[in-house]
Design a protein around this ligand. Structure first.
Ligand SMILES: *[C@@H]1O[C@H](CO)[C@@H](O)[C@H](O)[C@H]1NC(C)=O
Ligand SMILES: *[C@@H]1O[C@H](CO)[C@@H](O)[C@H](O)[C@H]1NC(C)=O
Ligand SMILES: *[C@@H]1O[C@H](CO)[C@@H](O)[C@H](O)[C@H]1NC(C)=O
Ligand SMILES: *[C@@H]1O[C@H](CO)[C@@H](O)[C@H](O)[C@H]1NC(C)=O
Length: 276
C-alpha cells in the first residue's frame, strides 16, 4: 500500500520536473499555433526598433496569442489580427519588407502595418504573393509609411478587403494602376488622406474612373486634387461620406459635377479651412 503511494508520488514528481523542462508545453495546448509563433519571431526584428515587441519572448511554449498586437481565434488558436504599428517615423528611416514573412498567417482578417517606414517590398517578395493565401483579409492599414503608386498594383487581388488605409504615404496619383483599386470589389472604406495625389485617371486611359460600387466612405483630404476630381468619382454609387478638404479646389464648383453626390449624406469640403 505504502509502496504504491510512494510510487505514485515519485511519478508525479517526475512529471512535474518534465513539465518544467518542457517549458510548460501542455499548459498552452489551446494556445497559439507553433508555426505561427515561429513566424512572428522572424518578423520581430524588423519591427522592434523601440522595443515595443519585447513581450514576444522566445521561450518555447510561450503563448503568442497573449503577445502585444496579436489577436487569435479562441477556438482554433490561429492568428486573426496582427498589429505591427512600430511608430517608426522620419523620412530618412525607410526599408523594404519581405511580405512572404506573412505567408503562415493564413486566417488573418486584420493587418495593421502603420508607421513602420515601409517603402515597398523586396524584389519578388511583394504583397501580390499574399493575395491567394489571405482569403479572409478584411482590414488592411498601411498608413504612415513611404509607399508610392507602384505599390497599389500589388494589392489588386485582395478581393476580400473591406477597409484599406493608405493615408500619409507618397502616393502621387499618376496612377497607371487605378484598375488595381477597382478590383477591390467589396471595399467599403478607402482612406487616402495626406498623400500628393492629383488625379484618378491614368495618363494612358483618361476615361478610367474610380469604380467601387460598395464604397461608403472615401477620404481624400490634404492632397492635390482640383475641381476635376468630382467627375472621376461619379461611379461610386454607394458613397455616404466624402472628405475632400485641403486640396486645390477653387472657384465655383459646377453643380452638374456634384449631381452624382446628391445621395451622399456627408461631403466635407472644409471650405473655411481651405480659405475658399
Ligand atoms: C474561429 O474559428 C472557427 C472555426 O474556423 C469559426 O467558426 C469562428 O467563426 C472563428 N471565430 C472568429 C472570431 O474568427
Ligand atoms: C523572404 O522570406 C521568405 C520566408 O521566410 C524566405 O524564404 C525568403 O528567402 C525571403 N526572401 C528574401 C529576399 O529575403
Ligand atoms: C516607387 O517605389 C518603388 C519601390 O520602392 C521604387 O522602385 C520606385 O522607383 C518608386 N517610384 C517612384 C515614381 O518614386
Ligand atoms: C486639374 O488637374 C489636372 C492635372 O492633374 C489637369 O489636367 C486639369 O486641367 C485640371 N483641371 C482644372 C479644372 O483645373
Amino acid at each position: 500500500m505504502m509502496d504504491s503511494k510512494w510510487l505514485w508520488f515519485m511519478r508525479m514528481a517526475a512529471m512535474s520536473v518534465l513539465l518544467l523542462l518542457e517549458g510548460c508545453r501542455w499548459c498552452t495546448i489551446d494556445a497559439c499555433v507553433e508555426h505561427e509563433r515561429v513566424a512572428l519571431l522572424q518578423l520581430k526584428p524588423f519591427f522592434n526598433h523601440y522595443n515595443e515587441f519585447d513581450s514576444w519572448d522566445e521561450l518555447k511554449g510561450s503563448d503568442c496569442c497573449k503577445w502585444k498586437g496579436i489577436e487569435c481565434n479562441t477556438t482554433t488558436g490561429r492568428l486573426i489580427g496582427l498589429s505591427l504599428d512600430s511608430m517608426r517615423s522620419g523620412y530618412l528611416d525607410y526599408w523594404y519588407l519581405n511580405a512572404s514573412l506573412f505567408l503562415p498567417f493564413k486566417e488573418l482578417k486584420r493587418l495593421y502595418l502603420t508607421g513602420s517606414g515601409i517603402a515597398g517590398c523586396v524584389e519578388n517578395e511583394g504583397f501580390e504573393k499574399l493575395s491567394s493565401t489571405f482569403r479572409n483579409l478584411q482590414f488592411l492599414d498601411l498608413s504612415q509609411n513611404h509607399l508610392n503608386d507602384s505599390f497599389i498594383l500589388s494589392l489588386s487581388q485582395f478581393s476580400s478587403l473591406q477597409y484599406l488605409n493608405l493615408a500619409y504615404n507618397l502616393l502621387e496619383g499618376k496612377w497607371p494602376h487605378i484598375q488595381g483599386l477597382n478590383n477591390l470589389k467589396i471595399l467599403k472604406t478607402l482612406d487616402l488622406r495626406w498623400n500628393q495625389m492629383e488625379r484618378f485617371q491614368s495618363f494612358k486611359d483618361d476615361d478610367k474612373k474610380l469604380e467601387l460600387t460598395h464604397l461608403e466612405e472615401l477620404n481624400l483630404e490634404a492632397n492635390l486634387f482640383n475641381n476635376s476630381v468630382f467627375v472621376t468619382l461619379d461611379k461610386l454609387s454607394n458613397l455616404k461620406s466624402l472628405s475632400i478638404g485641403f486640396n486645390q479646389l477653387n472657384g465655383l464648383i459646377d453643380m452638374k459635377d456634384l449631381d452624382a453626390y446628391l445621395l451622399v449624406i456627408y461631403v466635407d469640403m472644409a471650405i473655411k479651412a481651405c480659405g475658399l
